[in-house]
Write a protein that binds this ligand. Structure first.
Ligand code: AKG
Length: 266
């Protein structure tokens, strides 16, 4: 994850060596639409491919209201967006809304809870790319030495550790689209079916990026991209004037994600 990842140096996978997310080609629209999910296909798509696109999950009014709150006084943005946004009440309210909780619980079970929210704000004024990677760092309440966890870091006062696959398999991200994600405004791109391969090295990610046709996640405003953190993903710089704001909310299957490892709410 960009905002968490840039600062999470000392990662197991050095992002500097990861494949650059320029992508060989944009996914043809007909290919992309097979991942656009109507019930009941979305669960199967997440299970099989590591992601699914769900349209019209929130209303236009909800999105406008949320954007106004995020642009309001007292909300601290940085260059690429907002980190640790669950502390912002309107964000927490959306994260806990029945519609998002139903999706999260449908995959993670009845104890699912939102653990972290990040606003990714890509625009002509703040344009960036993210290389191919998996999201492997989780926010945790306390630092504990446990097999498979680490290295550790602290970001804005929150403990982070790179997690083993057994914990990351209990996480789902729901990316709420505050703008249309189009082929040209730097949409998230994913390598389908890579979420079942465990935590990969940079070299493995690089090799998979060379071999696997990427899918550009074209998602209209109000839609949600549901994705597993281990699905390899990247995004390119925008070449459009249209902003691309996405609220990325991660859910865990329970507060204790691995033995006595308790997630932090961030
Ligand atoms: O939103 C994006 O373009 C990048 C997001 C990302 O890389 C992540 O969630 O790890």
């Amino acid at each position: 994850m960009l905002l968490g990842r840039r600062e999470c140096d000392g990662t197991r996978n050095s992002s500097k060596n990861a494949a650059i997310g320029t992508g060989s080609s944009e996914t043809p629209h007909h290919t992309q639409t097979i991942y656009s999910s109507t019930k009941p296909m979305w669960k199967e798509n997440i299970e099989r491919h590591g992601f699914a696109i769900l349209q019209d999950i929130l209303t236009s009014e909800e999105i406008i209201g949320l954007c106004e709150q995020l642009d309001g006084p007292g909300v601290r943005h940085n260059r690429a967006g907002i980190r640790h946004a669950l502390g912002i009440e309107p964000v927490a309210a959306i994260a806990r809304s029945q519609r998002l909780m139903d999706i999260a619980k449908g995959i993670l079970g009845s104890q699912a809870l939102p653990i972290r929210a990040t606003l990714f704000d890509k625009s002509p004024l703040s344009n960036w790319l993210v290389v191919w990677h998996q999201d492997t760092a989780l926010p945790l309440r306390e630092r504990r030495e446990q097999s498979g966890w680490g290295p550790w870091s602290i970001k804005d006062g929150v403990n982070y550790a790179h997690a083993p696959a057994r914990a990351l398999e209990k996480v789902l991200a729901l990316r709420v689209h505050l703008d249309d994600s189009t082929a040209s405004n730097g949409p998230l791109r994913v390598l389908p079916d890579t979420h079942r391969l465990g935590v990969l090295t940079d070299d493995q990610i690089h090799a998979l990026a060379e071999q696997t046709p990427p899918v550009s996640c074209i998602v209209p405003r109000c839609g949600v991209l549901a994705m597993r953190p281990l699905v390899i993903h990247a995004s390119s710089k925008s070449t459009s004037k249209i902003p691309r704001r996405v609220l990325h909310i991660e859910y865990a299957s329970s507060r204790f994600i691995d033995d006595d490892m308790e997630v932090a709410i961030a």
